[in-house]
Design a protein around this ligand. Structure first.
Ligand code: HEC
Length: 421
């Protein structure tokens, strides 16, 4: 019995079906589709977008509502567009909206979003939800704050404060494609189209990789291999997001550091005025400060945000290079993700942090104008803590050129999340 005739296709056999150029393959996959877990569905879609006749059957199934249109991601749509079949491009346009907007449309879209995403809107957005959106739409290809895939550039050190940098790259990924990220399209002698970044090359085979798979192609099976001017990064990534979701995603992209997932850090309890379980900045022990002064400062007068316990530990007038070390307790020895909430204002500095003897992480820019606000919970990463006192160190860098250079740092609270072993 051949693979195609097998009534119960096993999940791990699905990718192999891409080798068969048969209408039967499409019918088998689509018949079983509804009953499959997400993993098999993704594999099935991958097969169905690998050849024009299969892709036509997939679009039939979507038009008939046998498969939900939401199963096709922007990446799939762009892959189908690359199969070189005009009929498919036309049908995608009907099912999905414009597949390839003109550069004028894109300009208009970028301008519109840039003017609606003011710093006020972004500040009020839910960057914690933004982290989830990032994981879904970007994380398989890009590292941000140390997490994610490696198909595209690491975005942590990018021009993240610049809204246009984001909008132009997200809405128009094909405008500029770096040389290291040139996409290749291979046509195999059995009619498959495979697109990806060139990851390995030998005399006998090449390896192409995209977000879903890594394919080794024997050179003897390749009919043609050509670079495409298109980025592996799909167009239309924001198309399925609401304006609120776009603002949340951008708030996360612009966050000074990794944020917790929704619900990982509790909000301020209205009764006690404190975050339950937090280690208050004004209560930690100052172990050492190499320059400037520290004190507890009441924050109740600043109405643009709220501080746990209405106060923070305030360090003022240090110089770049100065260090403040505070001691904080861990309930038991073990691995923890360490969250901090810091204050931001016009005269605040730029800090890197160290936990016990870790490598410094950051820098975190605490400049904000005109309001005095908090960063909200930021992750300083996962660290091994000892029971008893641990050290958290803040190291001043050069302040933001727009800031009044008093290099202030305010620690609202520290929050420890035990990491499950
Ligand atoms: C399928 C993989 C993939 C996905 C998904 C993806 N990207 Fe990309 N991205 C790339 C690749 C590859 C490049 C490099 C080529 C280029 O510039 O188009 C890139 C480039 C970029 C750049 C330009 C980087 C630079 O400075 O050179 C930005 C910014 C970016 N992506 C942001 C995002 C965001 C935000 C998302 C989610 C909304 C996202 N990308 C989703 C693959 C992807």
């Amino acid at each position: 019995m051949s693979l195609v005739d097998d009534p119960a296709i096993r999940g791990d056999a699905i990718p192999l079906l891409a080798r068969f150029d048969s209408a039967q393959v499409a019918d088998k996959l689509l018949a079983a589709y509804a009953s499959w877990p997400a993993e098999n569905r993704r594999a099935a879609i991958d097969v169905l977008i690998s050849r024009p006749p299969l892709a036509h059957r997939l679009l039939d199934a979507i038009a008939d509502k046998q498969v939900s249109g939401t199963e096709l991601t922007a990446l799939h749509v762009s892959r189908i567009g690359e199969l070189g079949d005009e009929g498919l491009v036309e049908r995608l346009g009907q099912l999905w909206g414009t597949v390839r907007p003109t550069s004028e449309q894109l300009r208009g879209e970028i301008e519109k979003l840039a003017s609606s995403l003011t710093s006020e809107v972004i500040q009020k957005s839910d960057k914690y939800h933004g982290r989830e959106l990032y994981a879904k739409s970007c994380g398989q290809c890009h590292i941000l704050f140390g997490e994610g895939g490696k198909l595209g550039p690491d975005l942590t050190g990018a021009d993240r404060g610049n809204i246009r940098y984001w909008l132009e790259n997200i809405l128009d990924p094909n405008a500029v494609v770096g040389k290291d990220y040139q996409t290749l399209t291979a046509l195999t002698d059995d009619g498959r189209v495979i697109t990806g970044l060139l990851r390995e090359e030998t005399d006998v085979a090449i390896v192409l990789e995209d977000a879903e798979k890594r394919v080794t192609l024997p050179r003897s099976e390749i009919e043609s291999l050509a670079p495409t001017s298109k980025s592996l990064m799909p167009e239309g990534l924001l198309q399925s997001l609401t304006p609120d979701q776009i603002a949340s995603l951008v708030a996360y992209l612009q966050s000074p550091g990794q944020v917790p997932l929704p619900g990982q850090v509790p909000p301020i309890d209205p009764k006690s005025g404190k975050v339950p379980g937090a280690i208050e900045g004004e209560a930690v022990e100052v172990l050492a400060v190499s320059g400037g002064r520290t004190s507890a400062q009441g924050m109740g007068g600043f109405k643009a945000d709220s501080w746990s316990g209405n106060s923070h530990l305030w360090w003022t007038d240090g110089k770049p290079g100065d260090q403040l070390t505070v001691g904080f307790p861990a309930p038991a020895a073990g691995d923890y993700e360490i969250m901090v909430v810091l204050s931001k204002a016009v005269d605040y500095g730029v800090v890197s942090t160290r936990v016990n003897d870790s490598e410094p992480t950051g820098p975190i820019d605490l400049f904000n104008k005109p309001d005095v606000i908090t960063t909200g919970p930021l992750s300083l990463g996962k660290h091994k803590l000892e029971s008893g006192t641990n050290r958290l160190q803040f190291i001043l860098g050069s302040p933001n050129p727009a800031a009044i250079p008093r290099n202030m740092v305010g620690i609202d609270y520290i929050y420890l999340i035990p990491v499950a072993q």
